[in-house]
Design a protein around this ligand. Structure first.
Ligand code: SF4
Length: 184
């Protein structure tokens, strides 16, 4: 066991991660502080930077494993994230996608509703219109080029039942061109 692993084992994974985060934050903050961009946090901010916030148990949506995350919410806004140590499946673990879930959810470029590009411009459309447009295009493709002109790629978010439905959908469409997106 390396000295690094020994240290981790001695102080516990959670404490180690906290120490690593503080060390990284300290070095980054120092470089900003030298430029006069930042100031030191007040004692109150360190103690409770989001007054009145509450902790909400949730799950990561990036794949169907469903690891536990704790969302700290202030006035209806997700402001900080922690791992759920007591989650029965993930047991306080995360992959890189899950640990960044808060940034994915709050991202400015997150797609929140169906969009269509017309005359070079993106335009919001309803779910009904989106489904109509997609099904019309798929049907046209099937009629003109045959069902094997398509390829169905499943999602890592699919559970067992969703995967079953998706496979059935491709078969009913008339093709065996189906796979999991991770294989590409
Ligand atoms: S943290 Fe990673 S493994 Fe867990 S649900 Fe999210 S994407 Fe899946």
């Amino acid at each position: 066991m390396s000295a690094f692993d020994t240290l981790k084992a001695q102080i516990g994974r959670r404490s180690f991660l906290k120490m690593a985060a503080v060390a990284t934050a300290a070095s980054v903050t120092n470089s900003f502080a030298n430029d006069g961009i930042t100031r030191a946090a007040t004692q109150e901010e360190v103690k409770n930077p989001f007054p009145g916030s509450k902790h909400v148990k949730s799950i990561c949506t990036a794949c169907s494993v469903g690891c536990g995350v704790i969302a700290e919410v202030q006035n209806g806004v997700w402001v900080r994230q922690d791992v759920a140590q007591d989650h029965p499946i993930s047991l306080g673990g995360h992959c890189a996608k899950g640990s960044d879930m808060i940034d994915m959810v709050r991202s400015d470029v997150r797609l929140k509703y169906p969009m269509v590009k017309r005359a070079g411009k993106w335009k919001r459309i309803s779910w009904d219109n989106a489904l109509d447009e997609i099904s019309t295009k798929l049907e046209n493709l099937r009629q003109t080029a045959g069902p094997d002109s398509t390829m169905f790629l499943g999602s890592a978010k699919f559970g067992t039942e969703q995967s079953y439905y998706y496979r059935k959908f491709a078969a009913m469409f008339g093709t065996n061109n189906i796979d999991h997106q991770a294989r590409i």
